[in-house]
Design a protein around this ligand. Structure first.
Ligand code: SOE
Length: 407
C-alpha cells in the first residue's frame, strides 16, 4: 500500500529547511464560503500537524472594505485589504490562496505566480480551457523557479477517499471494470432561491457541472489512478429564471423582487471511458430531492469493489470478492484508525472527523510540498484536464450526441 499523505512518514527530512526559511506568509483572495473553509484549514492545520513551515494568516482580500474587515476579524487574518494587485506585489507574502469565483482565477493566479508566490487555487481551475491552459503554462514556468501551485480538490483529503485510493493502488479490487460517480445536492429545488454567482456562466463557467461535477471527475481519477478520456453528456437548466440576489448568505442568500436569467446547468449527466477502457457514469445535480452533499464514488473491479459516500465520510464500504462465497458482502470499514491517512495527529482512534478537516489536510500537503520542493497534487495540469472533461461534456450536450431515438 502507498505510504504517501501519511503525515508522520513525511515530516522528518524537511524540518531543518523550515527553521532556515521562517513562516509562510499567506494572502487569501476572496472571502465567501470557500474563504471560510480555507481559513479554517490555515488556522487549524499548524495546531495539529507538525508543519515544516508555520503558515501565517497575513492578509485577506475582498472588494467590500467592511465585509473583508469583518471576515479578517472573524477568521483570524491579521489584516484586511481591498486590492489584490497591491497585495500580490508585497514582499512579505509567500503564498496566494485564490478562493474567488472562477472568472478571476486565471488573472489572479497568473499574476501571483509571476510575482513568485506559491498558489493554491480553488476548483474548478478556471472557467474555460483556454484560461486553464494559460494558468498551467504559468505554473510550469514558475515551477522552474521553485514556485509551487496546486488546485483545491479538497475531497482527495477526506481520509476514507484517500484510503480508497490506497486500496485500489494496492490491487485490492483488481482490474477496474466500472465506475459510478455522482455528486447530488438539492439546495436549488426552491425555484425562488436567489440567483447567486454560482448560477451565472460569466462568473462560474458552468453550473452543477463545474461546481460539483468537477469534484466527481477529480475524485474518480484520483481513486482509480486513471484519466477520463472520452465523454458523452447532457446538461439541463431546470429553473431558467430566479430572483436577483439581495444579500449573500453561505451558498445562497436573500431574494430581491427583480428576476434574472440562470445561464448555467442545474443537472449534468454523462458517461465516460477511463484510460484502461473501463466505463464510468457521472451525475452532478442540485435537484436531487433529499440529497444534501452526496458525493459518491463506487469502483468495481475484478477482485472487489469500494464505495465512498461523503455523507458518511468516516466510512468506506469494501467488497472483497476473493472471500469464500458464504462470506461475501460489502463490509463497512470505519476509517478512524491512526494508521489511516491523515488520522494520527487528530483524536484518539475511533473518533470522527468532519467536512472541515479536509482543508487542514490540504494545507498540510501543500506546505509539505513547498518545503520539500516537490510538485503538490493535484497540479494545475490535473485541473486543466478536468476542465477539458467539463468542456467536452458541454460540447457533447450541445451536439446532442447522447440522444438516439428509440423508434
Ligand atoms: C467547493 O469545493 C465546492 O465545490 C463548492 O463550490 C460547492 O458549492 C460545494 O457544495 C462543494 O464544494
Amino acid at each position: 500500500m502507498t505510504d504517501t499523505l501519511r503525515p508522520d512518514a513525511e515530516l522528518a527530512p524537511v524540518a531543518e529547511i523550515a527553521e532556515a526559511e521562517g513562516p509562510l506568509r499567506v494572502a487569501m483572495i476572496g472571502h465567501g464560503f470557500m474563504g471560510a473553509a480555507h481559513s479554517q484549514g490555515w488556522r487549524v492545520a499548524p495546531r495539529f500537524f507538525d508543519l515544516a513551515r508555520e503558515p501565517e494568516m497575513t492578509v485577506v482580500v475582498g472588494r467590500n472594505a467592511a465585509a473583508v474587515e469583518h471576515a479578517a476579524r472573524k477568521w483570524g487574518w491579521a489584516e484586511a485589504a481591498t486590492d489584490w494587485r497591491d497585495v500580490i506585489a508585497r514582499d512579505d507574502i509567500d503564498v496566494v490562496d485564490v478562493v474567488t469565483p472562477g472568472d478571476t482565477h486565471a488573472e489572479i493566479a497568473i499574476a501571483a505566480l509571476e510575482a513568485g508566490k506559491h498558489v493554491l487555487c480553488e476548483k474548478p481551475l478556471a472557467n474555460t480551457v483556454a484560461e486553464a491552459e494559460a494558468m498551467t503554462e504559468a505554473a510550469t514556468q514558475a515551477a522552474e523557479r521553485g514556485i509551487r501551485s496546486m488546485v483545491g480538490f479538497t475531497y482527495r483529503r477526506v481520509p476514507a477517499a484517500t484510503f480508497a485510493r490506497d486500496l485500489v493502488a494496492a490491487g485490492r479490487i483488481g482490474e477496474i471494470r466500472q465506475v459510478r460517480a455522482e455528486y447530488l445536492q438539492d439546495w436549488l429545488m426552491d425555484a425562488d432561491a436567489p440567483l447567486t454567482w454560482r448560477m451565472q456562466k460569466d462568473r462560474a463557467g458552468s453550473g452543477a457541472l463545474g461546481d460539483i461535477g468537477a469534484h466527481a471527475v477529480d475524485l474518480t481519477e484520483y481513486i482509480t489512478g486513471q484519466k477520463v478520456t472520452t465523454v458523452s453528456g447532457i446538461i439541463e437548466t431546470i429553473v431558467p429564471e430566479r430572483p436577483l440576489l439581495g444579500e449573500s448568505v453561505g451558498l445562497s442568500g436573500t431574494a430581491s423582487t427583480e428576476r434574472g436569467a440562470v445561464t448555467v446547468d442545474d443537472i449534468a449527466l454523462f458517461t465516460g471511458r477511463l484510460d484502461s477502457g473501463a466505463l464510468a457514469s457521472f451525475e452532478a445535480t442540485r435537484f436531487r430531492t433529499g440529497r444534501k452533499n452526496a458525493l459518491r464514488i463506487e469502483v468495481a473491479g475484478s477482485l472487489g469493489a469500494i464505495s465512498f459516500d461523503l455523507e458518511r465520510l468516516n466510512e468506506l464500504d469494501f467488497y472483497d470478492a476473493t472471500l469464500p462465497e458464504t462470506e461475501l458482502g460489502f463490509r463497512r470499514i470505519l476509517v478512524t484508525e491512526h494508521d489511516h491517512p491523515y488520522l494520527s495527529p487528530w483524536w484518539p482512534t475511533g473518533h470522527m472527523l468532519g467536512y472541515e478537516h479536509g482543508f487542514s489536510h490540504q494545507v498540510y500537503d501543500f506546505v509539505t510540498a513547498i518545503v520539500a520542493g516537490t510538485q503538490p497534487l493535484p497540479s494545475f495540469d490535473d485541473g486543466l484536464h478536468v476542465q477539458r472533461v467539463l468542456d467536452a461534456v458541454e460540447r457533447s450536450s450541445a451536439a446532442g450526441s447522447m440522444w438516439t431515438p428509440t423508434d
